[in-house]
Design a protein around this ligand. Sequence first.
Ligand SMILES: Cc1ncc(COP(=O)(O)O)c(C=O)c1O
Length: 382
Amino acid sequence: MTTHKYSTLAVHAGQHPDPLTGAVNVPVYLSSTFELTGIGTDRGWDYSRAGNPTRDRLEEALAALEGGTSGHAFASGMAAIYALVATLRAGDHLICSHNVYGGTARLFNLIVRHYGIEVEYVNTGDLNAVDAAIKANTKLIHVETPTNPLMSLTDIAAISEIAHAKNVEVSVDNTFMSPALQSPLALGADIVMHSTTKFLNGHSDGLGGALIGSKPEHKERFLLVQKAAGGILSPFECFLVLRGIKTLPLRMKQHEENGRAVAEFLSSQKKLTRLAYPGLKSHPQHDLAVKQQRGFGSMLSFDLGSRDAAGRFLGAIKLFLNAESLGGVESLASHSATTTHFALTDEEREAIGITPGLVRLSVGIEDKEDLIADLEQALGAV
Ligand SMILES: Cc1ncc(COP(=O)(O)O)c(C=O)c1O
């Protein structure tokens, strides 16, 4: 299946007909346990925490889409990041991109640090800073590119080269691009992470997360965490992600077209003090986006100058919904300081550029002219 082109993989990888019935959709195996064939023998499954036939299919699909050797589905994106760092030990050093989804920072700051794991935030867009930050006990560099919501990029190929020279692994949160628009493993990263809640599921109807490994030891490690810690994705939600994946290439084309159109419209608006969309030539890392991505996606953020102005804008949108999350078919707008980055202190938000007037858009697949008209009237209220 890996020799097929991307759109074919999206429909077929892991989604072959059910061997028992021929059902063309992967059945939802709602069984916590499986009949054994003897003492210590089974038909491939014994207990759903360790493995479930529906989850197996999703994990196969995810591995194929990212070009990895194994996929692992978790109950949420955060559960996947937790699993990623679960096998680090006290005394290990973890480097993380300095502006990441606030929930990732909350997990690292309020939980992972208490395990004696040293977490250091580095501007991973600055390769010299990354090189200088690596120490003898550095085990992992976790990169989010583009970042939520500031759309900062990290050169995945370059950072992987620097890390590998010092025997350090690189994991990439590929949530904003989806496997359709960016392939971190092909660029040299070791592990890919997703919040499947977003573009992979695509319909805002289920949380989920994933890790995709590139080496046999990743399979062993993440299977152990799934089995031992249990933060796995339920069979029904695996089915939802499998269904979403079939239309991922189509949806991403429309997200991309709409994202570009909205960014272009916003770039002429005088009320914005800052607009971050890697597809615009004005983005400082536009060339890197062209080099390592297959598109620019539909996530962008801009600053309206004050919390009041952001509030007026969010109160005036009609088609865009004022809601957290992203990557669904419907367009959403959110106030970053009080949603995705609420867990940070005022000082932490200021240090990374999450200003009170910052608004993030997840541009959906509706008609782009309707979306622009909605933004235009909402900006009129600012
Ligand atoms: C880039 C990124 N990574 C991880 C997560 C966490 O995913 P989840 O909400 O599925 O736990 C999010 C959620 O917004 C995100 O935007």
